[in-house]
Design a protein around this ligand. Structure first.
Ligand SMILES: [Zn+2]
Length: 186
């Protein structure tokens, strides 16, 4: 470690201790050349990846944007801030642990949805409806299906049932009601 006073590389560690918060090592050093003392801190590098948006642009990972997403979805819901903080911390740790230089905004969105699913089903639907920009009743219906069973467990059928598009109005409403009335295992 180069001496900040004379530039000499001959320095000696005279004291070494972990910081009070436990996330840094503080070292007291003495320059062997000019005899001056200085302190260095050793911390874990928390470099977050760049977020690649759907239009291809790159932005810095911003935890406040994630919080805004949570707050919008959880508006007037009964979820303690502490739980939201923990969810955001899990997402941040998750993103960091991937060790990638870039991550898609879609992947982060999926993580937010997974956390909202655990926190509050209404907030999950709210977020999913904006995030997935539901095109029709069928999209909304499949999201309700996801609320009824854990995400990640994909059902056998893919895509919308043929013929369901024509039945707008009461018919679709009735089907949604059927989905909601199923006993929930959560
Ligand atoms: Zn020096």
């Amino acid at each position: 470690m180069k001496c900040p006073f004379c530039g000499s590389l001959e320095t000696q560690v005279i004291d070494s201790r972990v910081s009070e918060t436990g996330d840094a090592i503080r070292r007291r050093r003495k320059c062997m050349n000019c005899d001056k003392r200085f302190t260095t801190f050793e911390t874990v590098e928390m470099r977050m990846p760049q977020v690649v948006k759907s239009n291809g642009t790159r932005i810095d990972f911003n935890v406040e944007k994630i919080r805004t997403g949570f707050n919008r979805a959880l508006h007037k819901r009964f979820v303690p801030t502490e739980f939201v903080d923990q969810a955001i911390a899990r997402i941040t740790a998750n993103v960091h642990s991937l060790g990638e230089r870039e991550i898609s905004s879609r992947s982060i969105g999926e993580m937010v949805m997974a956390e909202l699913y655990k926190l509050d089903k209404i907030a999950y639907i709210r977020f999913a409806s904006v995030y997935k920009s539901f095109q029709d009743v069928e999209d909304f219906r499949s999201a309700l299906h996801e609320v009824e069973r854990p995400p990640g467990i994909k059902g056998g059928k893919a895509g919308a049932k043929p013929g369901s598009k024509g039945a707008a109005g009461p018919g679709n409403k009735a089907r949604v009601a059927v989905v909601k009335s199923r006993p929930t295992s959560a």
